[in-house]
Design a protein around this ligand. Sequence first.
Ligand code: SAH
Length: 363
Amino acid sequence: MTPLERIIREVIESEGPIPVSRYMALCLSHPEHGYYITGDPLGTDGDFTTAPEISQLFGELVGAWLVKAWHDLGRPSPVALVELGPGRGTLMADIWRVAKTDRAFAEATAIHLVETSPALRERQIETLGKLGARPTHHNDLLSLPEHAMLFVANEFFDALPVNQFQKLGDQWSERKIGFNGEGRFTFGLDRAASRLPKPVVGEVPNGAILEHSPAQDSMIMELAYQLREHGGAGLIIDYGSLEPGTGDTLQAIREHQRANVLDQAGEADLTTHVDFAHLASIAQAAGMPSIGGATQGDFLLRLGLLERAGQLGAAKPTDQQRAISMAVERIAGDAAMGQLFKVLGMASHPIPMDGLETGLWDR
Ligand code: SAH
């Protein structure tokens, strides 16, 4: 039994079966044993690899989008360049390398990182320090400066805890986690907890599972609120769906392999697919005038991924050119991240949503 498994068992013993979000929060963010607290999960030696870790082209194009949005917004100054869940700092470094070539932008900007992991904070300071940038760290959005903001969140929303509800017959019940006679964690249904916190769209088959994340809801509400108050724009990038739907998407990944969600608590990454239609509806309700969405592949290609890859590969030896094409295929190809990952963009004023389709979620 891992130390965290023992702690979760004690919580269940005293409180009864716990919501899935409680289990996820303990596994990922327990102050001592949480997955994101104890180490660096990224890269080939770690548990998973993200788009910015595959190619600098990803961050460069995101950076170009953010700088363009800043100009379209009328160059607000000062402006906070914010990343949520920056991992090793690679994405922000690639963004900053592009962004600081725009002198006016660089002068107006300070970098702010929302990160809870002490180990990753160190790493981010080191990565950005090499570019002469000094980021300010935050535990959450509440301490961000009260002025215009440009933000990006890549593979951040998928790590925020979700609850699950299951439909049996006409009734929805909440899925909870307890343990069985052998002391192993198991899923069960709490029939008393049947109020659905979000709308279901279309026909739902018997046995279907609906996921809802209160943490994602408050995160997007807070982002939209800050943009509305102080102006700005941002991008949320993650695996997930542009259409609403049902399904159990909770998964555990360890050393690049699928693992059992209920095994080895705190030692595997736990994520879910993000419901972008739901996030967009919250941003809309919060009064964001510009909202757009696309697959990651379409977004990157429309922003000039192939042209930029060509420039990067020009005058390089063939093996490096081949490595660049392979990276392009991984971040934008249909069989890799291109279709599975989606992008949601939003802005506080009516500005072009470059690379994204607007009107996707208009009612
Ligand atoms: N964006 C990076 C890393 C994604 S991994 C990339 O694309 O490579 C998820 C990141 O979110 C990690 O940095 C992790 O420590 C951070 N994180 C996870 N949950 C968090 C929370 N609740 N608050 C702040 N940061 C969190």
